[in-house]
Write a protein that binds this ligand. Structure first.
Ligand code: E4P
Length: 218
């Protein structure tokens, strides 16, 4: 399973990249605006900095609601770096945009997906990626991972090539479940990435080995 980092924070990206841990990045307007505020840089410069570190896909989202507006923004984002993938919301105009972008050879990631039929429409439109938001579904009492399972089933029924990015991840169990379901990609916040390394028995084991070793090697 590929791991994307769900952040626009350059320090987090550098740390994860040093360990060769990430295959791509996802951003959204919330994450990018947070970094604009924090660093005082423009969003384009932030994306340029990210692209200098990460060779894999970097998702950046359009904000227009109409097709022409989305296409214009998509071309501007693509000009920043070739590995930029255009995040397009799951709307009627969004899917028309995805189709147009696909014809131009520009990859898109259909975002804000909350059902298997939405994912199917995105795949039919020619999206390279589709992002079901599992955490936001959990937040309203649904089972987000159940939707991922359904999407993976639908895609395998019809041999769609669209890759499934499990998004809106809140904890390591989402990551484990995504891997068990054979999702293509999981995009995770830095905090969750760090949690994946942790187990209390690992910490206890390290401490015990250290203490036992000290008894004979003072
Ligand atoms: C990634 O593509 C999404 O924008 C992100 O995972 C959303 O996460 P959130 O629901 O925690 O905002």
């Amino acid at each position: 399973m590929k791991i994307f980092l769900d952040t626009a924070n350059i320090d987090e990206i550098k740390l994860a990249a040093e360990a060769n841990l990430i295959d791509g990045i996802t951003t959204n307007p919330t994450l990018l605006s947070r970094e604009v505020e924090r660093t005082g840089k423009g969003y384009k410069d932030i994306l340029i900095d990210i692209a200098a570190i990460v060779n894999g896909p970097i998702s950046a989202e359009v904000l227009s609601k109409d097709v022409e507006g989305m296409i214009k923004e998509a071309r501007e984002l693509q000009d920043i770096a070739p590995q930029i993938v255009i995040k397009v919301p799951m709307t009627f105009d969004g899917m028309k945009t995805v189709r147009r972008l696909e014809k131009e050879g520009i990859k898109s990631n259909v975002t804000l997906v909350f059902s298997a039929v939405q994912a199917m429409l995105a795949a039919k439109a020619g999206a390279a990626f589709v992002s079901p938001f599992v955490g936001r579904l959990d937040d309203i009492g649904h089972d987000g991972m159940e939707i991922v399972d359904e999407i993976l089933n639908v895609f395998s029924n019809y041999d769609f090539k669209t890759e499934v990015i499990v998004a809106s991840v809140r904890h390591p169990k989402h990551v484990k479940d995504a891997a068990l379901m054979k999702a293509d990609i999981v995009t995770i916040p830095f905090k969750v990435l760090m949690q994946l390394f942790k187990h209390s028995l690992t910490d206890q084991g390290i401490l015990k080995f250290e203490n036992d070793w000290k008894k004979v090697n003072i």
